[in-house]
Ligand binder design. Structure first.
Ligand code: ADP
Ligand code: ADP
Length: 226
């Protein structure tokens, strides 16, 4: 479970200071797909950087599985909007997915098994030997998602993950994420500026105000299982 309490972040000091995030408090329960939606520039990326330990917030607390986040936590994975810069072009798809597993001390056979499994989850069972540049943008983003899921993170953070693909591919990827998330009971926090996407995907939708980001609504989306 993720707990964010009184999160506050200001860039710079004195006259040039800019308050980007103002007193955010929320939790994401294990197994939940929570979406955060807000206008461009409202502070969503700043909030994600604070949660992922990439920047130290000016104030407030973030904890994952009861432990305060200090530095980049090992059991957290991030998927960014820009898939073209997230995969290593000189590694095959399989090696890309296996790569972060090396740091977890997993043996070669186990890494391979997890990579194959994750590529099946995202419906890409036969592309392990290809290179990222041989795949379409939507397929590359599926590989990025597979790489994150192969680590079996306690929390998957997604920053506008479908904003760089065409509308048709976006619908496919949204359905795929929903299916994989339910199947694996993954805990996901997804940030988007697209209100339709947030309502379609989320079990829960947190709505942010314009800058500085503050929660103005916290909605539970209770849809029957498909
Ligand atoms: P979003 O992800 O919602 O588009 P950001 O978190 O990127 O919003 O930005 C929130 C506000 O903080 C914006 O006004 C932006 O210009 C500002 N900002 C973002 N990064 C920095 C930075 N490194 N230094 C100063 N201001 C920043
Ligand atoms: P996004 O909306 O996807 O977060 P932005 O255009 O807000 O993208 O920011 C792109 C990059 O520029 C980020 O790394 C952010 O930190 C930086 N940035 C944004 N606004 C400012 C700013 N006012 N001063 C310095 N860096 C900024």
């Amino acid at each position: 479970m993720l707990e964010v309490s009184g999160l506050y972040h200001r860039y710079g000091k004195g006259d040039g200071a800019h308050l980007a995030v103002n007193d955010l408090t929320f939790t994401v329960e294990t197994g939940q797909l929570a979406c955060i939606v807000g206008p461009s520039g409202c502070g969503k990326s700043t909030m994600l950087r604070c949660i992922s330990g990439l920047i130290k917030p000016t104030g407030g607390n973030v904890s994952l599985q009861g432990k305060p986040v200090d530095g980049v936590p090992e059991d957290l994975a991030v998927v960014f909007q820009d898939y073209s810069r997230s995969l290593f072009p000189w590694l095959t798809v399989r090696k890309n997915v296996e790569f972060p597993l090396r740091w977890r001390g997993l043996g070669k056979a186990e890494r391979r098994k997890r990579a194959e499994e994750a590529l099946e989850w995202v419906n890409l069972p036969n592309v392990g030997d290809k290179y990222p540049w041989q795949l379409s943008g939507g397929m590359q983003q599926r590989v990025s998602i597979a790489r994150a899921l192969a680590r079996r993170p306690a929390l998957l953070l997604m920053d506008e993950p479908f904003a760089s693909v065409d509308a048709q591919t976006r619908f496919e990827l949204e359905d795929l994420l929903r299916k994989v998330q339910r199947q694996n009971k993954s805990t996901v926090l997804l940030v988007t500026h697209d209100i339709d996407e947030s309502v379609y995907l989320g079990d829960r939708v947190l709505v942010l105000s314009k800058s500085p980001a503050t929660i103005v609504a916290d909605l539970t989306v209770d849809l029957p299982d498909e």
